[in-house]
Design a protein around this ligand. Structure first.
Ligand code: IPE
Ligand code: IPE
Ligand code: MG
Length: 277
């Protein structure tokens, strides 16, 4: 099934209002949670919830593209999720492959560039191949960058970065004195993207579950009570509206921000605007 293609007038108007009322986050990260509980609440098996969750992925990806979001990062399978029952894990891996096959043409047609973060070598070979083909095929696209976090965890990412820093120190490529926050950021799997501006978690859980631990340092957090299979564009609009009404202070005080139009600004823009303060 492809993207809707046709967008109705009312939805276009809603998106326009959102674009006018404040900044659209450049990078949105989502912990897509609650598939199993949603299915259970309908008397179905957990895997049914995962299957239905793909429709939400499609709608949110399409909407982010339309709104001009530059980066969308979806937490699809964590390092810890390998501990789930074998049947559920293998169903999720098969669902990944079939969904990629089904969606890749329409992602490509919509100028989406696909990326992956996580320990890819842990995935079944078929999933690895499908992902690499899709990444390769969409690599020249210039629209939304859609990053799937697969077999990913924040601690895995930081550990891997530390190992790579240590190896480069050993080989003399960098010296320990040169290691700064920017160096560490460059060794993380997210080196090619800005930190998320907005993190959304569905299903009401109030935790990060080992997602982008380093990168979320100053991200605005929005928790939605609805389960992932019910999270569609209207809920995303609610999250962006809430984001637009936050004051991002990055450690400063409100008075310093007056007159600098700081609502939902990125940290670097804000620091530049304040440099003459
Ligand atoms: C999120 O839904 C999908 C994955 C983690 C793969 P869950 O499967 O965690 O659903 P709940 O949280 O148990 O309801
Ligand atoms: C987080 O959800 C991981 C993904 C959404 C992929 P979980 O359902 O695994 O998180 P916990 O176990 O409730 O913290
Ligand atoms: Mg869960």
């Amino acid at each position: 099934m492809a993207f809707n293609g046709k967008q109705n007038k009312a939805d276009k108007e809603l998106q326009h209002q959102l674009q006018e009322s404040g900044a659209i986050p450049e990078h949105i990260a989502i912990i897509m949670d609650g598939n199993g509980r949603w299915a259970k609440s309908k008397g179905k098996a957990r895997v049914w919830g995962h299957r239905k969750g793909v429709r939400s992925v499609r709608d949110i990806v399409e909407t982010c593209g339309q709104l001009g979001v530059k980066y969308l990062t979806l937490y699809a399978f964590s390092t810890e999720n390998w501990k789930r029952p074998k049947d559920e894990v293998s169903m999720l891996m098969r669902l990944l492959v079939s969904s990629l096959r089904q969606e890749i043409n329409s992602l490509h047609d919509n100028n989406v560039r696909l990326a992956v973060i996580g320990e890819l070598s842990k995935l079944p070979k078929e999933a690895q191949n499908e992902l690499l083909d899709s990444i390769d095929r969409t690599s020249k696209n210039t629209g939304l960058t859609l990053t799937l976090a697969l077999s990913y965890s924040g601690r895995w990412d930081i550990t891997r970065a530390m190992k790579r820093v240590a190896m480069d120190v050993r080989s003399g490529k960098i010296s320990p004195e040169d290691v700064s926050e920017d160096t560490i950021a460059q060794y993380l799997s997210t080196s090619e993207m800005p930190d998320p501006d907005l993190l959304i978690r569905t299903s009401g859980e109030l935790r990060i579950s080992n997602f982008l631990l380093w990168q979320l340092a100053y991200t605005e957090i929005f928790i939605s009570d609805c389960f992932w299979p019910e999270f569609r564009r209207e809920k995303l609009y609610d999250a962006i509206r809430a984001f637009q009404n936050r004051e991002r202070r990055f450690g400063m005080v409100s008075e310093q921000l007056n007159g600098t139009n700081t609502r939902s600004r990125k940290k670097d823009d804000l620091v530049n605007a304040l440099s003459s303060y």
